[in-house]
Design a protein around this ligand. Structure first.
Ligand code: MN3
Length: 207
């Protein structure tokens, strides 16, 4: 894979209002995500083949210690899914049954998931992401935070849901109130159907 492309948003810019404004999506998608794509393409050009899939490129750039490329392709991977992890009238407990049962058995249910996701998202120091992921060895679900452009992929885990806690994701709408943004994401924006699709698709193992 040598060419990364900025995907279209899967909804109108104002579709997530008032929980995430059109202005935030315009900056976040058109400027920030686009910059990762442009820089990623620039940095990968001329390099030996790093993989056939975006996931392989992310993991291999990390393994090789190519921090500049990893930062940009990692963020491209994260944002590509982030737009799909949200939808209008999303959030709350309306999730596919098998995923709901897995969250119940591994995390103690929706309320425990919600608490952990909000706590780890608010507690992630500086820029980063908070995740619901499935461990590729144990198969268990877990909630974890990662710094900067990292994701569960590089920890041998399969990302099922992620929330961007970089300030650019919430500063226009929530200023410094990251916990309020996280609550809005969990209660009103999560696209559980997409999380369910990733869960059904199975573990993502690279290398
Ligand atoms: Mn971002």
């Amino acid at each position: 894979m040598s060419v990364f492309e900025l995907p279209e948003l899967p909804y109108a810019y104002d579709a997530l209002d008032p929980y995430m404004s059109a202005e935030t999506l315009e900056f976040h998608h058109d400027k920030h995500h686009n910059a990762y794509v442009v820089k990623g393409n620039d940095l990968i050009s001329g390099l030996p083949h790093l993989g056939d899939t975006l996931e392989e490129v992310v993991v291999n750039a990390h393994k090789q210690g190519n921090q500049g490329l990893f930062n940009n392709v990692g963020q491209h991977y994260n944002h590509k899914h982030f737009w799909n992890w949200m939808k209008a009238n999303g959030g709350g407990k309306k999730m596919p049954g098998e995923l709901e049962a897995k969250i119940a058995s591994d995390l103690g249910g929706y309320d425990a998931f919600r608490d952990q996701f909000l706590t780890k998202g608010a507690g992630q120091f500086g820029s980063g992401w908070v995740w619901l992921a499935q461990d590729n060895e144990t198969g268990k679900l877990e909630v974890l935070g990662t710094p900067n452009g990292e994701s569960p992929l590089i920890l041998n885990k399969t990302p099922l849901l992620g929330c961007d806690v970089w300030e650019h994701s919430y500063y226009i709408d929530y200023r410094n109130a990251r916990p309020k943004y996280l609550e809005a994401f969990v209660d009103n924006l999560i696209n559980w159907d997409y999380v369910g699709e990733l869960f059904d698709a199975g573990l993502v193992k690279v290398g």
